[in-house]
Write a protein that binds this ligand. Structure first.
Ligand SMILES: C[S@@+](CC[C@H](N)C(=O)[O-])C[C@H]1O[C@@H](n2cnc3c(N)ncnc32)[C@H](O)[C@@H]1O
Length: 598
């Protein structure tokens, strides 16, 4: 590049940055566009342009530029954060304009939410690549035809697509057509001779991608009777595996499309050295999955327990979450360090928050797998000492390992029933309890016990299921009871298949829009919970009045209908109740709100 061009880019970039900082976004956009034309390979210019476009209220174009930036520099972390933040609230109308290499690069960071990137990646692949041809064929001629096409030479480019492979290895698929196609591909692999499939490098590699997707979605895909018979008749030849037999490896790999490797290998796993297994791709899967399992067991053993879990509901609920820790998160869009104080200032006057200037204590009650607790540890910042309790050891072990990946040091996990919270030595400045109390036998008793652990003037965040918003789910759950389903994996899969077969007009069709539909554990949590209660706003208002808590405001859902309380009305539970009686789906996730102890 000529010296004059280098100088021009520098000056134009500086002018653009100054314009961005001063709020002159139109000038910033034109400066970065001009600089980008002179040096198209520079990654920082499209990143700056993305920021300027975002600030100008042009999120779609900002998304495209963020992918351009990442395609030029895969390590450009701020571009990945910006891209994910934008995608969390904006859906691209024309995904074909993004740079797929840039989107693919964003999955390389653990502190961006892969579950947010996933749907855009899948939409891009559906609409802008030959995956769309396979889906069209599947949708019109049957999914088995689509699968055959993919496994033929015509589908090679699709199976090798780095974005498809990356997305399926990083996040649960949330697209029903893609699920149908992948289910058919998996079946075709199981029913064919490995000589025609797994011996081809790209198919073997894609089979490993499907193994990983199965692990992530907890084997939610439908299993036909034909497949089950084939699986039941396949045995794992351990000696063959150790001796490097390809046939033994093929059988294990095919079974690993349906069950976790640690389950298939069982006790024998200790004698297997993944590094000696051929093909190497299978050996790597074994090494990773076994190491994960061993680490989970070891971590669980080291978690401190406080009190015993004697309550019958708590024991039943603990059993559910031992089997299905919730949620199985793999990445997190982390908040800014200490950034939660700004969010709290939307609910509380500054006077109520001065305790955050010095060390303070936070309790996360029912922390599950630690996503909320890790977010809190970072968001409340290093002055906060966080205690996270849960009844499920498997969830706590998952939580502790994930928190370790984010390097948080101000977070302590403990196995403790909320009913035993009086055994905690501390009282807390902040208590968060989201998605937990409604699973207790007596939610209000649980809430009361937590209230006693909050210091006077302390802040409390509560998340509870809304009776109004859960009415349809409640009615579907009644149907499930009629089926006498026990909530085991085959019955959950069978129920999902019924929902899918009912099509768009079925009573449960709306469930397909929920990300929880696409992971077995999350779907169990949504539809097959062993203990679930729903509350209404007057119940919560009465409870707070009786227990010295003042309501400080709901976390208002972003897609709320017009006419919702605002201004002074934001803190008026009577007005919210009136609104919810008309707009019943307002709190379809759950009520999430802040209150303060007098
Ligand atoms: C749906 S998960 C929510 C996890 C987390 N709060 C979140 O929002 O991601 C519910 C969690 O509450 C825990 N839980 C249920 N009853 C509990 C109790 N009595 N004491 C402590 N934890 C409980 C469960 O074990 C489970 O991990």
């Amino acid at each position: 590049m000529k010296n004059a061009d280098i100088k021009m880019i520098k000056v134009t970039q500086e002018k653009g940055i100054a314009a961005l900082q001063s709020g002159d976004f139109a000038t910033a956009v034109s400066c970065f566009q001009a600089a980008g034309e002179v040096e198209p390979g520079n990654a920082v210019i499209p990143y700056n342009l993305a920021q300027a476009l975002d600030a100008s209220g042009r999120p779609g174009e900002a998304i495209i530029q963020a992918t351009n930036a990442l395609a030029r520099d895969r390590a450009l972390h701020p571009a990945a954060r910006l891209l994910t933040r934008l995608l969390s609230h904006f859906r691209l109308r024309n995904p074909c304009s993004i740079d797929p290499a840039g989107l693919c690069a964003a999955f390389g960071f653990i502190d961006v939410d892969h579950q947010v990137l996933g749907p855009t990646a899948l939409t891009y692949l559906k609409q802008c690549t030959a995956l769309g041809d396979a889906l069209f064929l599947g949708g019109t001629k049957g999914w088995n035809s689509g699968a055959r096409w993919l496994l033929s030479s015509k589908g090679k480019a699709v199976l090798r697509d780095p974005l498809l492979r990356t997305a399926l290895c990083a996040a649960a698929n949330t697209d029903l057509d893609i699920e149908c196609l992948l289910t058919a591909v998996r079946k075709a692999l199981l029913m064919s001779s490995p000589k025609d499939t797994l011996r081809k490098a790209h198919i073997l590699e894609f089979a490993c991608v499907l193994v990983r997707q199965g692990e992530i979605n907890e084997y939610v895909f439908a299993v036909s009777g034909e497949e089950q018979n084939r699986l039941d008749g396949m045995f794992i030849n351990m000696q063959g595996l150790r001796d490097g037999s390809r046939a033994a490896a093929d059988s294990l790999l095919l079974k690993a499309l349906y069950y976790p490797l640690w389950y298939l290998l069982g006790e024998n796993a200790r004698d297997i050295d993944g590094r000696q297994i051929r093909p190497k791709a299978l050996g790597d899967l074994i090494t990773t999955q076994m190491a994960e399992k061993a680490a989970a067991v070891e971590t669980a053993q080291k978690i401190e327990a406080l009190g015993t879990i004697g309550d019958e509901t708590s024991r039943n609920v603990a059993r559910l979450y031992e089997e299905s820790p919730y949620p199985r998160w793999l990445s997190l869009q982390t908040p800014a360090e200490g950034g939660h104080r700004d969010q709290l200032s939307q609910y509380f006057p500054e006077n109520d928050l001065t305790f955050m200037d010095t060390p303070f204590k936070v309790l996360i009650a029912g922390s599950g797998t630690g996503q909320q607790a890790t977010d809190a540890a970072i968001g409340y910042g290093p002055k906060a000492a966080i205690t996270a309790i849960d009844i499920s050891l498997a969830s706590l072990a998952y939580a502790k390992r994930m928190a370790g990946r984010f390097g948080v040091e101000n977070l302590h996990f403990m196995q403790c029933d909320i009913l035993n919270a009086s055994l905690l030595e501390d009282t807390f400045d902040i208590i968060e309890c989201v998605g937990v109390l409604h699973h207790m036998g007596d939610p209000q008793n649980g809430w009361k016990i937590l209230g006693e652990r909050l210091r006077a003037g302390g802040l409390m965040k509560i998340g509870l299921y809304s009776r109004a918003a859960r009415r349809t789910i409640a009615s579907l759950r009644d149907d499930i009871q009629v089926r006498n389903s026990c909530g085991d994996e085959p019955s959950i899969r069978a129920y999902r298949q019924d929902i899918i077969a009912q099509g768009d007009r079925g009573k449960g069709a709306f469930l397909r829009q929920s990300a929880d539909f696409y992971t077995l554990g999350n779907f169990r949590d949504l539809m097959f919970h062993v203990s679930e209660q729903h509350l209404a706003i007057p119940d919560m208002a009465d409870f707070m009045a009786d227990n010295g808590l003042t309501f400080q405001g709901f976390q208002v859902p972003p897609d709320i209908d017009e006419g919702a309380p605002d201004g002074e009305g934001l803190r008026d539970l009577g007005r919210w109740h009136e609104f919810e009686c008309v707009h019943k789906d307002t709190f379809k996730g759950m009520y999430v709100f802040w209150c303060r102890k007098e």
